[in-house]
Design a binder for this molecule. Sequence first.
Ligand code: NAP
Length: 315
Amino acid sequence: MSARILSGTVIRDQIYAELAQEIAELKSIGVRPGLAAVLVGDDPASKIYVRSKIAACEQLGLGNVHLTPPANTTTAELLAIVRELNSRDDVDGILVQLPLPPQIEAKKILEAVDPAKDVDGFHPINIGRLVEERPTMVACTPLGVMEILRRSKIPVEGADAVVIGRSNIVGKPMALLLMHADATVTVCHSKTRDLRKFTREADILIAAAGRPALVVPEDVRPGATVIDVGTTRITDPRQAEKIFAHNPERLEKFRKNGSAVVGDVHPDVARVAGALTPVPGGVGPLTIAMLMSNTVKAARLRRGQRTPEAVTSSR
Ligand code: NAP
């Protein structure tokens, strides 16, 4: 048996096509949704993430503002930047790329973002609304996972879902969204005593631990849907040999590049799972798609417009 591969790029393209229509409608009434991305310092991975978010804005014709304050920016200085963006009418969504340098109080910054412009869904008010299942901005990665499940017609209602990871930005909102979609949810983390005991029972297994190839075939119930959120760049050849033992092409590519991006799920899980998202090309493209979707949603909501269910559903 070999798992159905759930391509995030194909689903992203569907969402972009729907968003393009919405954006054209908004344009016809003189509205151009705009995203402001704030990247403090020059962390190479963050630079790549922000670049791809800006590129997505450009592809879809969204307005974008890209601010790059230096690594020694203070909390007060960043707060001033966020407040200015809060007050700008051409900015519908604000994203402050994490992680922030250690001298900056990240919580204060995230709380300063106007909840109506919080397209990352990190503001405590929006998290509270999510808990109560009220309309809100939801974190992009878990929202993207729900889109993958919905558009791939994976039944969620009544399913046993296991989430590995309990972070505020992935694991917790993921568990809430699955619960709101009527799955029975178990959340595992680094102190879980016997991870396999839980993962083997899952109809839907979401891995968001940031541990390369943590989930191996023996951890997965045959036929289960496995969603791999993890993205880690590995450089250790021995680790690559283990992960790509049955994948000579990817091992060759690793040797050529000296590194590879891998997920939390060992590629051999494809032999056991019923459906599996690849890394790269699975959840990652959806995270950016949902950021675009949230920006368009924020633009509509700020102007008192309803949002079409298709691209804004959190269920
Ligand atoms: P995080 O804040 O480091 O949280 C990781 C979570 O995994 C924690 O709850 C941790 O438990 C748990 N964990 C770590 N090792 C574990 C183990 N061996 N067994 C069980 N649980 C374990 O990371 P995050 O921000 O949630 O991100 C998770 C992964 O998703 C990372 O690889 C990240 O790069 C990736 N990610 C991808 C996208 C995308 O668009 N594809 C977006 C966001 C994040 P404790 O709470 O006990 O420490």
